[in-house]
Write a protein that binds this ligand. Structure first.
Ligand code: ZN
Ligand code: ZN
Ligand code: ZN
Length: 280
């Protein structure tokens, strides 16, 4: 038995092995929905999954006919998606224990973020797992971009922002809050001066969830689609941009893995980026 919960704890579930498959998805929709370099989903038979609390907190965003993405409307954590008949895909980043299964493949690597390197030797598929009979959805890129400026947006397109270079640092953070906030193995956040961050539209769609016991940790997300968005706090020297939300290539990826002591038990770091037990 493995339990899962969102960042705020309102949505809780449990599920029972055996699980069907664990997959890292690099498609642009998963990257935006999670605000992360990739999403990791465990496919589980619906009969082996039980929602324990929080049904009233779940918002469904229908990104496409076959993918209803569910997220917590209070904290923005992605929880699970429809995965075909009788099956759901549970976001591994929200699990509280080791599910005992490990990722078996990367899918949609043709859409992989240019700033993220896949360093392991798992099989890769350009699109869906071979043999999957589902339509591939082509999404448009950003309308206009300017050099020297990062462009980002949420999955539904309601929120769009720009951030001025330079990027001061880029970290892959493995802390338990980041993992739940992004419902992913880890975040990749790039930090910029908050004075250079501008919302082009949709700032009124942003929700914020501050972890009560945390000094600063605040998750900002689009209330329509749940995508992680930058949280602008002018009192702080830097603002973190969830790289998964980017529409343009920042030209650099993470230079440090941080909070590796809190790393998900089901995720193995295989690249040669420097690792830190806690902060850099
Ligand atoms: Zn929540
Ligand atoms: Zn995906
Ligand atoms: Zn949105």
């Amino acid at each position: 038995m493995t339990t899962g919960s969102c960042l705020c704890g309102a949505v809780r579930w449990r599920m029972e092995s055996p699980y069907i498959r664990m997959t890292n998805c690099h498609c642009s929709m998963c990257r935006k929905a999670h605000g992360a370099p990739f999403a990791t989903y465990i496919r589980v038979d619906k009969n082996r999954f039980e929602l324990l609390s929080g049904a009233e907190s779940i918002t469904i965003y229908e990104a496409s006919a076959s993918f209803k993405r569910r997220f917590c409307s209070q904290c923005g954590s992605v929880t699970w998606i429809g995965g075909g008949a009788g099956v759901i895909g549970v976001a591994a980043g929200c699990l509280n224990e080791d599910p005992g299964i490990r990722s078996q493949q990367h899918i949609f690597t043709a859409s992989k973020a240019p700033w993220h390197v896949i360093a392991d030797t798992l099989p890769q598929a350009d699109e869906f797992t071979p043999g999957t009979n589902r339509p591939v959805i082509n999404r448009p890129g950003p309308a206009t971009t300017e050099p020297g400026i990062l462009h980002g947006s949420c999955l539904c397109g309601g929120v769009a922002f720009t951030a001025a270079l330079p990027i001061l640092a880029v970290y892959n953070c493995h802390c338990s809050r980041c993992r739940k906030a992004r419902a992913a193995a880890h975040t990749t956040n790039g930090f910029v001066d908050p004075k250079g961050l501008h919302f082009l539209h949709g700032e009124d769609l942003l929700e914020q969830y501050k972890v009560p016991e945390a000094k600063f940790f605040t998750q900002a997300f689009c209330r329509v689609c749940g995508s992680g968005m930058p949280h602008r706090d002018m009192s702080r020297p830097r603002v973190g941009i969830p790289f998964g939300s980017l529409d343009t290539d920042p030209g650099q990826g993470a230079s440090h893995h941080i909070y590796c002591d809190s790393k998900a038990p089901w995720f193995t770091i295989t690249d040669d980026i420097s690792q830190h037990a806690e902060g850099p």
